[in-house]
Design a binder for this molecule. Structure first.
Ligand code: SF4
Ligand code: SF4
Length: 131
C-alpha cells in the first residue's frame, strides 16, 4: 500500500481527535466529547495536518509499525479494522463512494463535541455514542 492509499483508508470521522481516558488496569477506553484544539469541527479536518505530531505531543501518526495493538482506537477506525482483519463498514467512503455517508451513518463527531479550550475535567465529558 502506498502513502496515498494508506491515507485514503482514513474515513475522516475524527473520532481519534477526541480525548479519551483509559482504565490502566483493564485497558478500557472511555471516549469524551472533547476534541483537540487543532480540529476544525465543521469540516472534521485537522487544521495543521502536516505538523500535527509536533504541535500536539500525543497525536499519534498511524503507521503499520504502531498498529500492533490498536485497542485505543475507535472500534470503527479503518486502520484498526485492517489490523484486526475485519472489513470496512458500508458507510466507509471507499465502500460507499460518498464521503457524506460517514456523517449520515452517525459516525462523524461533527456537531457533537466541544473544544478542549472550552471543556472542564474530561471525566465530566465521557460519552456513550462512540462506536
Ligand atoms: S478514527 Fe481512524 S478512520 Fe477515523 S479519522 Fe481517526 S484515523 Fe481516520
Ligand atoms: S493534531 Fe490534528 S490529527 Fe492530531 S488529534 Fe489534533 S486535530 Fe486530530
Amino acid at each position: 500500500m502506498n502513502r496515498d492509499e494508506w491515507e485514503a483508508l482514513c474515513d475522516g470521522c475524527a473520532k481519534c481527535c477526541l480525548h479519551r481516558l483509559e482504565d490502566e488496569e483493564t485497558r478500557e477506553i472511555y471516549f469524551t466529547n472533547v476534541h483537540c484544539r487543532l480540529l476544525d469541527v465543521k469540516s472534521g479536518q485537522c487544521t495543521d495536518y502536516s505538523n500535527r505530531s509536533t504541535l500536539v505531543s500525543d497525536c499519534v501518526t498511524l503507521t503499520v509499525d504502531n498498529l500492533d495493538d490498536p485497542y485505543w482506537l475507535p472500534s470503527t477506525c479503518a486502520y484498526r479494522l485492517l489490523q484486526e482483519g475485519k472489513e470496512l463498514p458500508q458507510w466507509h467512503p471507499l465502500v460507499s463512494g460518498n464521503a457524506k455517508t460517514v456523517a449520515q451513518s452517525g459516525n462523524s463527531i461533527r456537531g457533537r463535541c466541544v473544544c478542549e479550550d472550552d471543556a472542564d475535567e474530561l471525566v465530566h465529558h465521557i460519552i456513550t455514542w462512540m462506536k
